[in-house]
Design a protein around this ligand. Structure first.
Ligand code: SF4
Length: 197
């Protein structure tokens, strides 16, 4: 297979990959902003159809909204309002992840926004009562998605600036989608498509 063959193969397909909605340039962050320019979105859009999901908007928190944070144990954190810890969104976000999981059947990968108490894959701050924190948490919604789809290719958007990480993710998604029989040997072709010299 050559580069043109790969282009034609992908041109006729819609390989769906979910993404935190703020990564797609939609202003759904708590402060009314987005993260659409903070990662190599255009490269991924050459091969995939990106489908945005915002769990905080999904549970009705609105935009703008009060910020939330993880608290308690990093292995089983709660997610609460920064200004009022009695406002606990954990169960609603977990419930939303279960609802969304049903619709993710035709999705072959997931790109998560980093550091979010809902969407962060790893290294999210988890606060103790005294205000100290450790960076060992995973967003509550992301944890729910991964519990439903433990083998789904997932990536933290922030890491996609690394060419090698991006290629690994793309090849994992292509293999899972079944569009190519095997991703082995495709790496150089995909690199040529996504990083034209
Ligand atoms: S990180 Fe997740 S919850 Fe936060 S704005 Fe983006 S999509 Fe919504």
């Amino acid at each position: 297979m050559g580069l043109d063959d790969l282009r034609s193969l992908l041109a006729g397909r819609s390989i769906r990959v979910a993404a935190s909605e703020c990564l797609l340039g939609r202003s759904v962050r708590w402060n009314g902003e987005h993260n659409g320019d903070a990662w190599p979105r255009q490269r991924l859009e050459k091969v995939f159809t990106l489908v945005g999901i915002c769990p905080e908007v999904g549970i009705g928190m609105g935009v703008p909204r009060n910020p939330i944070q993880l608290v308690g144990e990093a292995s089983a954190p709660r997610v609460v309002a920064v200004d009022d810890p009695s406002l606990d969104y954990t169960d609603r976000l977990k419930g939303y992840a279960s609802e969304v999981a049903v619709a993710l059947d035709d999705v072959h990968g997931y790109i998560f926004a980093d550091r979010s108490p809902s969407c962060g894959l790893a290294g999210v701050k988890v606060f103790a009562k005294d205000g100290s924190f450790e960076r060992g948490g995973r967003g509550v919604y992301a944890a729910g998605v991964l519990a439903a789809y433990p083998d789904l290719p997932v990536v933290d958007a922030e890491t996609l600036d690394d060419e090698s990480v991006l290629l690994d993710f793309v090849l994992s998604v292509l293999a899972r989608s079944g569009v190519v029989d095997r991703a082995v040997g495709l790496r150089d072709l995909v690199r040529g498509m996504l990083y034209p010299r």
